[in-house]
Design a protein around this ligand. Structure first.
Ligand code: ZN
Length: 301
């Protein structure tokens, strides 16, 4: 078997870039972090990391990118790998393929959420699943659906955070913060929405059982919708909001109530404790997924 070379992996976040050089088997031989400034600063720093570490460890065969967006993730598109309408100064129109062209290696680009979903499927709480739904409830809300290790998309990546859940305005008169929809799930249950509604993060509201149950109910609307649409083997819920003690338990209870016994399958255990889970990789999910995207880029050649 021919030598596989190394995989360059990038987890591009709104505040930092995590870079790694890994073997085909996923062993990380070099890693670094850069602040996400403008492309004029961040691209050359990224290039330098890969150039220097490739000189030390060997040639790079492929790149895997898990990035903030909005970004074009359609391999059939002429703009594949290009940031589209992001409000982040300088990034609209910037393209990973341009920044990494000098390495002459195949590149696979996906969203940060899909990258984390693939990472969890590969090495975290989604191991053994054929279909996995990974959702992050944090600054934003998004879901990656992974099927046999590949993220699913349509004309673009999915936007589960903008589903509008039923809202009882007597219990929760909050209008939400989404500039497009107001009270979509991101508008009601993201970290910034919780701060706007109560002036505190959810983990500081534990004395108020209503806060946990209200947020859990919105998240459970998304969870039950994901079950009905995708019938995943498992649902993972991560992100900063999900770290509030008691929330995942409340989401399981509320999801079971909404499904009301309609979906009968051994995967859906009593209490959903094995069906709805927290991430296994924590902060490493994104870079783990990016390495797998690099493997997929190589396989696609
Ligand atoms: Zn929205």
């Amino acid at each position: 078997m021919a030598t596989q070379g190394l995989i360059g992996a990038v987890e591009a976040g709104g505040t930092k870039f995590v870079l790694a050089l890994a073997t085909f088997d996923g062993e990380i031989v070099a890693h670094s972090r850069l602040p996400t400034n403008t492309p004029v600063e961040t691209w050359p720093a990224m290039q330098e990391f890969f150039t220097q570490n490739s000189a030390r460890h060997g040639p790079i065969s492929a790149f895997g990118i898990a990035s903030f967006g909005p970004i074009d993730i359609d391999p059939a598109s002429a703009a594949y790998g290009t940031f589209t309408t992001t409000p982040k100064p300088g990034w609209s129109g910037a393209r990973f393929h341009d920044a990494l062209a000098s390495f002459n290696a195949p590149i696979m680009v996906d969203t940060d959420v899909n990258g984390a979903a693939i990472g969890e499927w590969q090495a975290g709480a989604g191991q053994g699943c054929r279909t996995l739904a990974y959702t992050t409830i944090g600054t934003g809300v998004g879901t990656g659906i992974v099927r046999d290790g590949r993220s699913l998309m349509g004309i673009s990546h999915f936007e589960s955070g903008h589903i509008v859940p039923p809202q009882d305005f007597a219990t929760d008169p909050f209008g939400g913060i989404c500039p497009y929809h107001g009270n979509c799930i991101e508008g009601l249950a993201s970290g910034p929405a919780i701060e706007k509604r109560w002036g505190r993060s959810l983990d500081k509201l534990l004395g108020e059982a209503n806060a946990i149950s209200l947020i859990a109910d919105y998240i459970a609307h998304l969870a039950s919708t994901l079950v009905l649409l995708h019938m995943p083997d498992r649902l993972i819920f991560g992100g900063g909001v999900m770290k509030a003690p008691g929330l995942i338990e409340a989401v399981r209870t509320a999801t079971a109530e909404k499904l009301n016994g309609y979906v009968q399958h051994p995967r859906l255990d009593a209490g959903l404790t094995r069906y709805i889970v927290t991430p296994g990789l924590g902060d490493d999910a994104g870079i783990t997924g990016a390495i797998e995207l690099g493997r997929q880029a190589l396989a696609a050649q």
